[in-house]
Design a protein around this ligand. Structure first.
Ligand SMILES: O=C(CO)[C@@H](O)[C@H](O)COP(=O)(O)O
Ligand SMILES: [Fe+2]
Length: 221
């Protein structure tokens, strides 16, 4: 039996105090880093240097969510910066299989994300090659949005397909509007990693918020 993991997103953190912000979420096993290019999504964040600087500061699993066009161009830089997982969007990758193997051949774990309107069946032929599936439960670009309930069906599809294919190590990650109200249903549907921005960064006690999220589904997957 494995536990549900929490991956706080630093998107809503104070970037001028990034060390302190990261120190405050060390109870989480993973750290979710949202990279946005102003093209694939209507927002801009930061590039590989931010990941390299964070890498010097924490041993957490660095989970880089690339919301960028032409991800192949930047994957080697993010790998060099110290990412552990790189997740690309299915909608942003023309040759997804090639992109996934570019990540894996660099020695990293590979994830694919799906926007809320993208049918989950788009993963059918790539699922066995993946380390992680990211079901976006909001339209990517911003923190603080509301969870889209139709995402639960997609999580269940991935969980069932993973069981059928014997993909016991596949991580099923959910990102957007994850909080204490939505998390129990997300965990029940089969998610293994909860990305949480506002629910953790906006909490007065971040360690407590992480623990509450981790255990709110009974810690069963
Ligand atoms: O990728 C994204 C947004 O595009 C996320 O990782 C957000 O940072 C999640 O924020 P909350 O919905 O949890 O506030
Ligand atoms: Fe994200």
């Amino acid at each position: 039996m494995t536990g549900v993991k929490v991956a706080p997103s630093i998107l809503t953190a104070d970037f001028t105090r990034i060390k302190e912000e990261i120190n405050s979420i060390q109870d989480a096993e993973w750290l979710h880093i949202d990279v946005m290019d102003g093209h694939f999504v209507p927002n801009i964040t930061f590039g590989p240097k931010m990941v390299a600087d964070i890498r010097k500061w924490t041993d957490q699993v660095l989970d880089v969510h690339l919301m960028i066009e032409n991800p192949d161009q930047f994957i080697p830089e993010f790998a060099k910066a110290g990412a552990d997982y790189i997740t690309v969007h299915q909608e942003a990758s023309v040759h997804l299989h090639r992109t996934v193997y570019m990540i894996k051949n660099l020695g990293l774990k590979a994830g694919v994300a799906l926007n809320p309107a993208t049918p989950v069946m788009a993963l059918e032929h790539i699922l066995p090659d993946l380390d992680l599936v990211l079901i976006m439960s909001v339209n990517p670009g911003f923190g603080g949005q509301s969870f889209i309930p139709a995402s639960l069906k997609k999580i269940r599809w991935v969980r069932e397909r993973a069981l059928e294919l014997g993909l016991t190590d596949l991580e099923i990650q959910v990102d957007g509007g994850v909080n204490l109200k939505t998390a129990p249903g997300i965990i029940k549907a089969g998610a293994t990693i909860l990305v949480a921005g506002s629910a953790v960064i906006g909490a007065s006690d971040r360690a407590k918020a992480i623990a509450q999220l981790r255990y709110c589904g009974g810690n069963l997957v």
